[in-house]
Design a protein around this ligand. Structure first.
Ligand code: PLP
Length: 400
């Protein structure tokens, strides 16, 4: 397989404004004129020929960003949405009809879990929750009416690594689709290249990297993107979670620095994870040999971007986690906040925040400890200094 270089694919894009501006012009229109009425009819029938109809359908700014995301993941096409949840829910609803069945990793982002568990039953869509690392149980869960397997490359918050090539083979054998949420590992993992049919993102996180907006993306085949945007039946077109063009133009600019940011997030997270491990702390990071899926991660990743910016530290109970996080915030290490992929370090106690939608008994069953503290490590220039500050908080609490 030739070297995979998502950063160069983005670098090579030739996208500039109609007046020669180095950045494409920002669309400031919700609707578009047609010189001939016939062309408008053709556009409604999906024969766009470079014409734009209405901004919820397509607009030039969103098209530039969608094309850049398709380049990131080497897919035929892309689509952008107003949130990561919109990318996930539109993709699922596009593929599933009443009476269908989904097999999903039990560890996913809490909002995704809630949609699968609490919302889809309204449409008579059944969901089996499995341990995605236990491939036998994944296979056993597939039924004649199964439409797809859903997983995250690196699951939130347990950081299990999904074996995308094997899951893809399983899907192909059973004639079903594989959807992979790659929010934690853009550039690091290229799910479509590994066999995923649909890649979804919360661009709110690493891709945008500024925590100044909420946005999502879908990368897939031309057929799937056309189906999503179909004026008569497309779930993205009809549910309407359109991303504001002003936002999409700013995300496109941030996408061009993603490779540099991912390398620095990874370098910093690895440094702290190694130090925490040396101190005997319960740290989970895919870059550590102690991680149960470390070898698999090495097999599927694009190594130059590192193992990512996310790790977890199990502090036993939420009281200890809260105290530690407050102490870190007081020392200006980062912010006690949900979300991730920011230039500053963010930390939250998963079971009591972004996974609080997962019932307590399931949290226990999957090993989501009450004190599991999730870190999204920032772009700190001097990570040794940050690490020393973190260790001083742990010392003050007699944890180390
Ligand atoms: N996927 C993952 C892995 C997430 O962590 C999140 C949000 O935290 C989402 C999807 C949802 O994205 P958004 O908040 O942009 O709707």
């Amino acid at each position: 397989m030739k070297k995979n270089d998502p950063a160069s694919r983005i670098q090579d894009l030739r996208q500039f404004g109609e007046f020669g501006g180095v950045n494409p012009s920002i669309t400031d229109s919700s609707t578009y004129t047609f010189l001939e009425a016939d062309t408008m009819v053709d556009t409604f029938h999906g024969e766009t020929q470079g014409c734009f109809l209405y901004s919820r359908h397509w607009n030039p700014s969103n098209k530039y960003l969608a094309d850049a995301l398709a380049a990131l993941d080497e897919t035929e096409a892309g689509w952008v949405t107003a949130s990561g949840m919109a990318a996930i829910t539109c993709s699922l609803l596009e593929l599933c009809n009443s009476g269908d069945h989904i097999v999903t990793s039990v560890t996913t982002y809490g909002g995704t879990f809630a949609f699968l568990k609490n919302y889809l039953p309204k449409f008579n869509i059944d969901v089996s929750f499995v341990n995605i690392a236990d491939l036998e149980s994944v296979e056993k869960a597939i039924r004649p009416n199964t439409r797809l397997i859903y997983t995250e490359s690196l699951t939130n918050p347990l950081l299990q690594v999904s074996d995308i090539p094997v899951l893809s083979d399983l899907c192909k054998t059973n004639g079903i689709k594989l959807i992979v949420d790659n929010t934690f590992t853009p550039m690091i993992v290229s799910p479509a290249r590994l066999g995923a049919d649909i890649v979804v993102y919360s661009m709110t996180k690493f891709i945008n990297g500024k925590n100044d907006c909420v946005a999502g993306a879908i990368c897939s085949s031309v057929d799937f993107i056309n189906a999503l945007s179909d004026v008569n039946a497309g779930s993205a077109m009809l549910l309407g979670p359109v991303l504001d063009p002003l936002r999409s133009s700013s995300i496109l600019k941030n996408l061009h620095t993603l490779h540099i940011r991912m390398k620095q997030h990874s370098r910093n997270a690895m440094f702290i994870a190694e130090r925490f491990l040396d101190l005997g702390l319960k740290v989970i990071y895919p870059g550590l040999e102690s991680h149960p899926h470390h070898t698999l991660m090495k097999e599927i990743m694009n190594p130059e971007f590192g193992f990512g910016g996310m790790f977890t530290l199990d502090l036993g109970d939420h009281e200890t986690s809260y105290k530690f996080m407050q102490a870190m915030q007081e020392k200006d290490i980062g912010y006690l906040a949900v979300s991730l992929g920011y230039f500053k370090t963010l930390f939250s106690c998963s079971g009591h925040s972004t996974s609080s939608e997962v019932p307590e008994d399931i949290q226990k069953e999957i090993g989501l400890s009450d004190g599991l503290t999730r870190f999204s490590i920032g772009l700190d220039n001097d990570i040794e200094r940050t690490c020393e500050k973190m260790i001083s908080c742990l010392k003050e609490m007699n944890i180390v």
